[in-house]
Design a protein around this ligand. Structure first.
Ligand code: FES
Length: 627
């Protein structure tokens, strides 16, 4: 039986057969709900008010009015559903856009085109005559000779329209084509009457949290537009594991997740094209970089075995696809290239980052670190590369921290705690009243609390301090960073003992991963000549703070470099350069993956790193005597 479900205040109605949850129905109505737990019913972020009709929750049928987690409710009659703003991802997307504009502006640039994935050429063919009556295809191939490799594939749909296209503008045509990376063959993707228009391509970073799209002029090698927003998949889980579970366990879950990310990408494509005044037909290539799970979900592949030992992905190297395989809102025959990954937890975003940072050309030993829910690391130089991944947990992304929020305006990103803890100074993104603490802010808070002597080396709040900021709450001691009177929400922003422990585990996992990888190669920290810190979060970390809490190695600041969104940089390089694609393929093939769960070494390192900064102060010479 079909029910009508009307979402308010949007006033959008969708039809439902009763099998889908309100989260899925809301997504179909274009409303993305928040959903940290991926539909487990435990996070409460997807709450909606049912003001009319009946819903089914498990076996029970409940009548309006009531408030429920949308992920647990299915229609049992026609429904009126009010979606509060706190449950909508869109509210957060707006905030992200403001942040993205400044962050991503720095990412755009110029790349010398060297074999872009899509090219265009103008041809003026001689018209047929009784002396030269060859067929249209032969005439076209004759004109292309010398411009493209001799082996040219012409798809049937191009051939079907060829006679009228050639004659529409007196035998002047613009031919769009793709040359295979071995340079021996090419495929014609489109032909249009008239002179060659500029060929465009898109580089896309598909992050678990955010998606960023860049539009590039493929002949000039210039970026002409960037747009970013939250990944609509966030309605179905905050991290890759909850999304894999959603894909595996919810009916039609894989398709729902694929539609969500494609919708996100298409919206961003629409924005960049409109902003640059470019037609979707002029976009002939797209490159995607993302972690292994994101690539599976984008391509609709079963991700189940990524999370089950021995952690096997469906593929690390994906074939070249077409835009219409994925439903992308561009030229349907546009080529789609996916940056190859290395392993289930070291994906194409890392391969792209390694090439963007140039690790594969370095003489000295270089460490590449991308910190998010997973810490991914690559160590090596032009002769060898080793990668590993550690689960840092979601603490740096705000998971398991009451005040934890993304890097949006109002997020505290830097904190200074005066000795004794009576006074706290903080800086927020956009100088807005504080509404929470973002990842870099959490590192800064931890460093500030250690510095001011509020936390001891084992991460415990000291009991002998008189500051009113250190107070006893329901769940134990907590330290107040901003009082309710100062905050944008009216609620105090604080960090509890349990939250400090979550952060300790997250930072310990990163440092233990680095040490385990170095140890496996018989190297110590001093052997590292340079460190590249990647990711939007990495860009805002204060290195001194990260060293002082024992998350990153105690090496001179000049050895550290921030590389920003290196996945996007690598995706752009792959779009424009055959050399970059060759290097990416070689890196993905040649990196040795180190599984940290095999053997005890990682656990030993992890336990030793659960101190501030570490049990072994010899590893932090610049901090000795300071704590
Ligand atoms: S309670 Fe619905 S997504 Fe978490």
């Amino acid at each position: 039986m079909t029910h009508r479900v009307r979402f308010q205040p949007d006033d959008i109605e969708v039809r439902a057969d009763g099998s889908e949850t309100l989260v899925v129905l809301a997504a179909r109505a274009g409303i993305t709900l928040r959903g940290a737990c991926g539909g487990a019913g435990t996070c409460g972020r997807c709450r909606v008010r049912v003001t009319g009709g009946k819903i089914r929750v498990g076996e029970a049928v409940l009548a309006a009015p009531l408030e429920v987690p949308a992920c647990q409710a299915r229609p049992a009659a026609d429904l009126e559903v009010v979606v509060p703003s706190a449950s909508r991802l869109e509210e957060h997307r707006v905030l992200l856009a403001a942040r993205a504009a400044s962050v991503l502006g720095e990412e755009a640039g110029t790349v010398a085109p060297d074999g872009p994935l899509y090219r265009r050429v103008s041809l003026h063919l001689p018209s047929p005559s009784l002396d030269d009556p060859v067929d249209d295809l032969s005439r076209l191939l004759r004109a292309l000779k010398g411009q493209v490799p001799a082996d040219v594939r012409v798809p049937l749909e191009v051939l079907q329209e060829l006679p009228s296209v050639l004659r529409a503008n007196n035998w002047r045509v613009c031919v769009g084509y793709h040359v295979d990376d071995d340079g021996r063959s090419a495929e014609i993707l489109d032909i249009a009457p008239g002179d060659a228009a500029v060929a465009f391509g898109l580089a896309v970073d598909v992050g678990t949290t955010t998606v960023v799209v860049q539009l590039w002029d493929l002949a000039a090698g210039t970026c002409v537009g960037t747009a970013g927003s939250y990944n609509r998949q966030a309605a179905f889980g905050d991290d890759v594991i909850t999304r894999i579970i959603y894909a595996a366990e919810q009916p039609g879950g894989r398709q729902v997740l694929q539609e969500a990310v494609v919708k996100t990408v298409n919206e961003l494509i629409g924005q960049v094209l409109a902003g640059a005044g470019v037609s979707s037909e002029d976009v002939g290539a797209v490159t995607f970089a993302g972690n292994t799970t994101m690539m599976h979900l984008l391509l609709g592949a079963d991700p189940t075995y990524i999370r089950l030992e021995p952690y096997t992905p469906a593929a690390n190297h994906w074939p070249l696809l077409r835009a219409n395989d994925l439903g992308l809102a561009i030229n349907p025959r546009a080529v789609v290239y996916t940056v190859p990954g290395i392993a289930s937890y070291v994906g194409g975003d890392i391969t792209a980052g390694v090439v963007a940072a140039g690790l594969n050309h370095k003489e000295g030993i270089t460490l590449f670190v991308d910190i998010g829910t997973n810490g991914e690391m690559v160590l090596g130089n032009r002769d060898w590369l080793v990668a590993c991944a550690c689960s840092a947990g979601p603490a740096f992304e705000g998971g398991g921290i009451r005040a934890g929020i993304r890097a949006i305006p109002g997020a505290i990103e830097e904190v200074t705690v005066l000795p004794g803890g009576y006074e706290v100074f903080f800086r927020t993104i956009g100088d807005k009243p504080p509404s929470g603490i973002c990842g870099s802010g959490l590192i800064s808070v931890l460093a500030g609390l250690v510095d001011a002597g509020i936390l001891d080396r084992s991460g415990r709040f000291r009991k002998d301090l008189g500051t009113p900021r250190l107070r006893e709450a329901e769940d134990g001691p907590e330290f107040v960073i901003a009082w309710g009177s100062e905050s944008g929400t009216g609620e105090a922003i604080s960090l509890s003992q349990a939250e400090v422990e979550n952060l300790l585990r997250a930072k310990a996992a990163v440092f233990a991963g680095i040490r385990t990888m170095l140890g496996a190669l018989g190297l110590d920290l001093e052997a590292v000549d340079e460190i590249y810190v990647a990711g939007g979060f990495g860009q805002h970390i204060n290195i001194k703070d990260a060293i002082s809490i024992g998350m990153l190695p105690d090496l001179p600041p000049e050895r550290y470099h921030f590389i920003g969104n290196s996945a996007l940089k690598g995706a752009a390089a792959a779009l424009l350069s055959k050399t970059a694609r060759r290097e990416i393929a070689a890196v993905a093939r040649n990196v040795t993956y180190l599984e940290l769960s095999a053997g005890n070494r990682f656990m030993e390192e992890f336990t030793a790193a659960l101190f501030l900064p570490h049990t072994d102060m010899e590893l932090f010479p610049s901090l000795k005597g300071g704590n």
